[in-house]
Design a binder for this molecule. Sequence first.
Ligand code: SPD
Length: 391
Amino acid sequence: MMKKYLWSFALSAVVLAACGKKEEPPAPVAAPAPVASAPASAPAPVNTEEKVLNVYNWPDYIPEGMTAAFEKETGIKVNYDTFETNEALHAKLVAGNSGYDIVVPGSVFAKPQIEGGMFQALDKGKIKNLANLDPAIMATLAKNTDPDNKHLVPWAWGFTTVGINKTKVAKALGKLPMPENAWDLVFKPEYTSKLKSCGIAYLDSPTEIIPVALHYIGKNAYSNDAADYKAAADMLAKVRKDVRLFSSTMIDDIAGGKACVAIGWSGDINQAANRAKENKSKDEIESLLPSTGALIFFDTMAITKDAKHPNNAHAFIDFYLRAENAARMANEMNYPTANKAAIEKIKPEIAGNKTIFVESDYFAKMIPPSSFSNEAREAMATAYNGFKKGK
Ligand code: SPD
C-alpha cells in the first residue's frame, strides 16, 4: 500500500522542485464547503435544469457504460463528444458558446483558460467526493495551475512518451541495438532512418511535439522563447522525411500496425498493447520510460463559464469522483487517477504496471507540466506547421 502512494508524493516533490522552491509538506486540499443545511421545515432545493449534460472529453478516456450508469441513476441525458487535441478544445472555448457544460483540458491549457475567464468556480458544496482526491496532487495543481483548486477537478494524469511495437522495431533496427534514451528512436536520424520502414507516428499537435523536442535537445520543455522553438524545429527537420503519420488515432495506428514507433500518451500506448493482444497479434507493444524522462500531464474537468446545466455538471463530477468510478477509469483506460480513495480498488496488474503507476525513482526524471503564453503558443504552432510541411 505504501508503495502505491509513493508516486503522488514523489510527483509533488518533482513539481515543487521544478518551481525552484524548497519542498514543503503538501497543503491540505480545501475541504468541500459544507452544504448549507436548510431549516427542517424548508423544502430541499430542487434541480430545475433540463435533464441534459453536454460533455467534451478526449477519446478513449471513459469506461464503457459509465455515462449510461449516470443517466440511469439521475435521469440526466449525457451528450458526450470528443476532441483530439488541446488546441481543438481551446479554439472552441475561445469562440464561446461551445454548448458544453464540462470540458477536460490538459493543465497546460487550463491555466490560461482559467485566467481568460472561460470556466466558472466550482460549487464545492455540491461535490462531496472532492474529499476522495489526493491532497498532494491537488496542492500541486493549486500551486501551479488553479489557485485554491477553484475550477479544476482531475480526470486522470499520465505522460507523453515513446511507444513501440517491440517485434517490428527489433526487426527494423537489425544489428543496431536499442538506444539507451528512447527519445532517440523518434528524433535521431540514425534510428529514424531505419524505423521509417515500419512507420513512425507523431501526435498531431504543436503543444505535444515541440515540448518533447525541446526536452530532447536539452532545453526547457515549457520554454516561452520562440528562439528555442526554432532550435527544436531545426532538430525535427532532420527526421521529417522519416515520419510517416501525424496521428489523432494513435491507439488504432499502433495496434493496427500503421506505426511501429510513436510519440504518444502512456495510457493510450498501453491500450494499444491490450488491443493488439485482444486481436491475437503476436507483436508486443510497449510504453517506454526514456532515460532522460517523459513529460507528465494532468487532464482536468472544468465547468464552462456559459454552461447551461451547471447543476448537472456538478452531479456528474461528483459521480465520477466516486472511488469505484475513478478506479474503473484507471483499470480500463490505463491512466493513473488522482483519486486517492480509488487506489485500493485498482487491479494489481494495473497498480503494478510501471508504465501506468510509475515508480518513485523514475519520477525524479520526469518533467512536470507548466504552461505557455498565448504568443508562445502561436510561435510554437508556426514552428510546428513549418516542420510538418517540411519547410
Ligand atoms: N485517450 C486519452 C488521451 C488523453 C490525453 N491527454 C493528453 C494531454 C497531454 N498534453
